[in-house]
Design a protein around this ligand. Sequence first.
Ligand SMILES: NC(=O)C1=CN([C@@H]2O[C@H](COP(=O)(O)OP(=O)(O)OC[C@H]3O[C@@H](n4cnc5c(N)ncnc54)[C@H](OP(=O)(O)O)[C@@H]3O)[C@@H](O)[C@H]2O)C=CC1
Ligand SMILES: O=C(O)CCC(=O)C(=O)O
Ligand SMILES: [Mg+2]
Length: 415
Amino acid sequence: MTSPKPIVPADATPIRMTAAGILEVPDRPIVPFIEGDGTGPDIWRAAVRVLDAAVEKEFGGGKKIAWTEVYAGEKAKRLFDTWLPDETLEAFKTYLVGIKGPLTTPVGGGIRSLNVAIRQMLDLYVCLRPVRYFNGVPSPVKMPEKVDMVIFRENTEDIYAGVEWPAGSAEAQKLIGFLQNEMGVNKIRFPDSSGIGVKPVSREGSERLIRAAFDYALLHQRRSVTLVHKGNIMKFTEGAFRDWGYALAKREYAGRIVAWDDCGGRPEPGQVLLKDAIADIALQQVLTRPEEFDVIATLNLNGDYLSDALAAQVGGIGIAPGGNINYLTGHAVFEATHGTAPKYANLDKVNPGSVLLSGVMLLEHLGWTGAAGRIVRALEKTIGQKTVTYDFARLMEGATEVSCSEFGNRVIANL
Ligand SMILES: NC(=O)C1=CN([C@@H]2O[C@H](COP(=O)(O)OP(=O)(O)OC[C@H]3O[C@@H](n4cnc5c(N)ncnc54)[C@H](OP(=O)(O)O)[C@@H]3O)[C@@H](O)[C@H]2O)C=CC1
Ligand SMILES: O=C(O)CCC(=O)C(=O)O
Ligand SMILES: [Mg+2]
């Protein structure tokens, strides 16, 4: 293979977004995919067969996705000596909607996250992570069915954006000098061994994320939106996020999104309640009082922690889907919440549920909701039959453990 340029099937055409913001989806849409590192190839192989089978069943051959491979991570490095070829980003830009497997990010040094880079470069400002319970899934909590939350995680800013310099570097020293000498930061200690990270949070970035959460809550008739923040401590970033959220509700959503203080916590029918919670107590309450949380809007790092923690409550990271979306341009790259789980790479073992459900989100995004619904029902049926991968089998009594690919087969049989 000589070039990372994607090979697009001749009969396929791109998805487009109209000037009115409507996605135009042809019957044979080009959808780029990244296989991913570690367990990525195993779960993708299993999931794509289910996605294709569901589309075939729903449309009787009238529609079919033209999956088009693009490269990133270890495979791109191996084949083309680059971690993230320009052609990959170009393909996601051109074809609008894609899907990816997990990509490895080394801890400490090494390359910066390719996952974060893709979100930043395509300006995919919403990380959408719905968390719901599927009947029969083993869970560590007593009433997992009470968890039905949709996380809107800001995806392009925050301390997560990777603006940081290592301890001892000239840049870190320069920034420390600037803080001490020009910004009057004299009350905290800055040993020479200090690394420095910067946490940018903008009004624009916060508002577009919170707007997406509000629109979703109204469209899907959800009960509430909770702004989760650490604004008591980080006043001008996390605190501002909260304040901008309340101000946005008043300015653009008056009478539809109503703040707790303005309705005593009792919105009229059809209205969505807006409240906020400080991140530390929120992490406790989503566990102890999950029914009080519905749609959640939060900053990048909080959303990362919250989405893994919530996934645990409904049976783990093996069925935790997600999507990175720019609602204004139509660009979207769907991906599982979990990572590469490297110890299981190429063992055909892990649960393909997260990437499969991310594919379900992709189908819903295309408006192919019938095919999406078929997969969800088949997945529930398969779990109900106690035919599951190792992660569920180790927690279920009387379960039959199957491989990743066999789980895919069983879901297809139940479509
Ligand atoms: N969006 C992305 O691409 C992401 C990438 N990453 C990257 O992935 C790498 C590994 O991260 P790590 O912290 O180990 O987290 P992982 O999510 O990769 O794995 C942690 C544990 O979660 C469980 N798990 C993960 N995937 C599945 C699955 N499909 N089915 C069942 N169980 C699963 C396994 O648990 P058990 O051991 O109990 O079986 C696994 O050991 C890092 O480089 C990280 O940066 C991390 C998150 C997201
Ligand atoms: O980019 C990574 O390696 C980790 C990202 C992550 O954990 C997430 O987005 O949930
Ligand atoms: Mg994460």
